[in-house]
Design a protein around this ligand. Structure first.
Ligand code: CUK
Ligand code: CUA
Length: 655
């Protein structure tokens, strides 16, 4: 699929000379000697490892010496793992997995009382969810540009959204509306992070009610959840959030308008056919039933108008949530449809705020709509028809600026700083670079293989950086060592500064299908080195009232149970022996009183499934019932010092 250029030792001369010149200019001695010695060594290395000139250039563009930091950070969805992966660019070094919807043992995520409560916020109608299908991470924005403060991510399977604070790369909130059953267009933010948008995917009766699927048209609905973000508190405020009820088309991806289109959200859809399966009941199978019509509907949502109607009390209540009924949204101009060909995927607003690009998926084009044209028709109330639910439909011809003929299976589009768009072509398994000005393809680069999303450096903001693109490939096939039938996904780093574009690096992602990622300039992030003041509870975002203090450690027996106030510092727990009686409820209040960078301690108790990670200054509470008598070693799980193995103690549960 992607033939490696063969080693071209004869052509390696320029490179060797270049390396030698670099060595001279950095003042490393005799130029003649550098050229001979260094040049010979590089050519030998290339020969020995079978590297081409392109390989070595790629290495030089990505290799990041020890101690040097990356220029960009990529926040990628962790797919089925329910987590977020953080990767440095251009080195493609994995820096962190952030525990989000699922426990992450190393971070102690999901083991202490507070993070357990965050995870429980994602229970669905009371049912615990032990996985997530994370799709779209969204960095918080100010004026349409990443501000480096927060990250949001949606879970398709559980119709949930999570809030991650980038001060400590920690998940602070997981929330579900219980109005919709699954989501897909999530999370996307409005240009000042007023709202986090979560669009439903598979229609169902709202609020988890029952209705037979034969009542699909009448009883099944979609919804666009507008989660109000309280930036001061760093949390979603469900009381100020609302849902716009949508017809039971299968809503797909979303993007928020910006600049001239600010105030609108665009959401594409498939299934104007209203197919719902039943291939053993005389109906066509889902996939053919859903792809009969030539056109589906791009949903154009005026969220500022919706906000006014919600404030004016035009809502109904579903599961305690404010829902703007479909009739109201259709009648009051909140919702308009624009035809889009044909079972599309991906809607991406260009940096100029006016071009809205929809990937054709089953059509070889990307369609470019002009928001100005859409708005003019909306203002003039010029409709071609209404859909069966009374939603006004605008003219396809009068809203498009044109169509770019890209190739097979166009999905997602990102942008650079020079007026180019980059669209993934899933079936053709390439990335197409094309010009927004004339909608013509400039070049294509192969992906290995089956590219889904793309992400480019700040490539979905009002001011993309160009520079790098990462193709997020579904299949890896032969790219890495075989590891059994389940293969990793493949992130491919592409240099956008050269023509042709150059593939620089393949990074296997072995924790789930990532779908989407965003890339932010690293210097926009200012995370804490340590938690301060000592006793900081990361979920409450304040010093815990139960923080333990050096010299004031204690074990208190109270009516509700045994409270243990414990400190951790290299290399001991205080107290290091805890005596309780069988059946006691034990409240551990554990504080790492270190303030030294990277001085993390763990706290584990054998057999009680207790596993905390306490970063410098961090406080955790963990509550359990000592129902099994015995002797339980407790110990630190981080090699924190030369006396780490000695950082241990006992929980004695007396029968
Ligand atoms: S979707 Cu996965 S490739 Cu969820 Cu954004 Cu298109
Ligand atoms: Cu503390 Cu090891």
């Amino acid at each position: 699929m992607m033939p490696r250029s063969r080693p071209l030792l004869a052509r390696a001369g320029w490179l060797v000379a270049g390396l030698a010149a670099a060595a001279c200019s950095s003042g490393s001695g005799n130029p003649g000697a550098a050229q001979t010695a260094g040049g010979g060594a590089v050519a030998d290395l290339m020969k020995a490892r079978g590297l081409s000139e392109a390989d070595v250039t790629a290495a030089l563009k990505t290799y990041t010496p020890t101690g040097r930091h990356d220029e960009y950070l990529l926040f990628g969805s962790g797919g089925h793992s329910g987590q977020v992966v953080v990767i440095g660019l251009p080195s493609m070094r994995i820096l962190k997995y952030i525990g989000v919807f699922t426990p992450e043992p190393w971070q102690g995520w999901g083991f202490d009382d507070a993070s357990k409560a965050v995870l429980a916020g994602g229970n669905r109608h009371g049912k615990e969810q032990t996985w997530a299908d994370t799709h779209h991470p969204a960095l918080s924005e100010t004026k349409g540009d990443y501000d480096g403060q927060y990250l949001f991510i949606g879970d398709k399977a559980g119709a949930r959204v999570a809030v991650i604070d980038l001060k400590d790369f920690t998940t602070k909130q997981i929330i579900s509306s219980h109005v919709i059953e699954s989501d897909h267009g999530a999370a996307f933010v409005t240009p000042n992070t007023e709202y986090i948008v979560e669009g439903s995917q598979y229609p169902a009766p709202l609020g988890g009610e029952y209705a037979d699927v034969s009542q699909f048209k009448e009883k099944y609905r979609g919804g666009a959840v507008f989660w109000k973000f309280d930036r001061d508190k760093g949390r979603i405020d469900p009381a100020k959030s609302f849902v716009i009820e949508l017809p039971p088309y299968v809503q797909d991806l979303s993007d928020a308008g910006k600049l001239g289109s600010e105030g609108f959200v665009f959401m594409n859809s498939i299934n104007t056919e209203l197919a719902y399966g039943g291939n053993m009941e005389g109906n066509p199978p889902m996939e053919s039933g859903m792809s009969q019509n030539d056109m589906d509907y791009l949903h154009v949502i005026d969220w500022k108008k919706a906000e006014e109607l919600v404030a004016a009390g035009k809502t109904k209540e579903v599961k305690g949530f404010k829902v703007l009924p479909l009739e109201v949204a259709a009648a009051e101009g909140v919702l308009h449809f624009v035809p889009e060909p044909k079972s599309p995927h991906g809607v991406d607003v260009a940096p100029n705020g006016d071009d809205i690009v929809v990937g054709g998926k089953l059509d070889t084009h990307a369609t470019v709509y002009s928001f100005k044209k859409i708005k003019a028709l909306i203002d003039a109330k010029k409709y071609t028809s209404k859909d069966p639910y009374g939603v006004p439909v605008l003219s396809f011809e009068e809203t498009i600026r044109g169509q770019a003929e890209l190739g097979l299976g166009p999905l997602h589009t990102v942008y650079d700083d020079k007026g180019f768009a980059y669209t993934s072509l899933f079936l053709e398994t390439v990335v197409a670079k094309w010009s927004l000005a004339d909608l013509k393809v400039v070049e294509k680069i192969s992906s290995s293989y089956n590219v889904g999303h793309l992400t480019a450096a700040e490539g979905d903001t009002v001011s993309p950086d160009g520079r790098y693109l990462v193709a997020m490939n579904k299949w890896a096939l032969d790219r890495f060592n075989p590891v059994g039938p389940l293969l990793p996904q493949n992130f491919q780093l592409v240099d956008l500064t050269t023509q042709p574009m150059q593939l620089l690096y393949d990074l296997p992602i072995p924790l789930g299908e990532p779908h989407y990622a965003q890339i932010i300039k690293a210097d926009k992030l200012k995370p804490h080195d340590i938690y301060s003041p000592i006793g900081y509870d990361p979920i409450a975002d304040a010093k815990s009232p139960d923080a333990a203090e050096g010299g004031k450690e204690r074990v208190e027996r109270r009516p509700d149970g045994v409270h243990v106030y414990m400190t951790l510092i290299r290399s001991h727990f205080t107290p290091d022996i805890i005596r309780v009686k069988q059946g006691d409820k034990v409240f551990m209040h554990v504080t790492n009183i270190e303030q030294a960078h990277d001085a993390t301690h763990g706290f584990a108790i054998d057999s009680y499934n207790i596993n905390l990670s306490l970063e410098p200054g961090e406080h955790n509470d963990v509550t359990f019932v000592a129902d099994r008598p015995g002797v339980f070693p407790l110990y630190c799980t981080e090699f924190c010092s030369a006396l780490h193995l000695e950082m241990a103690g006992y929980l004695l549960v007396e029968p």
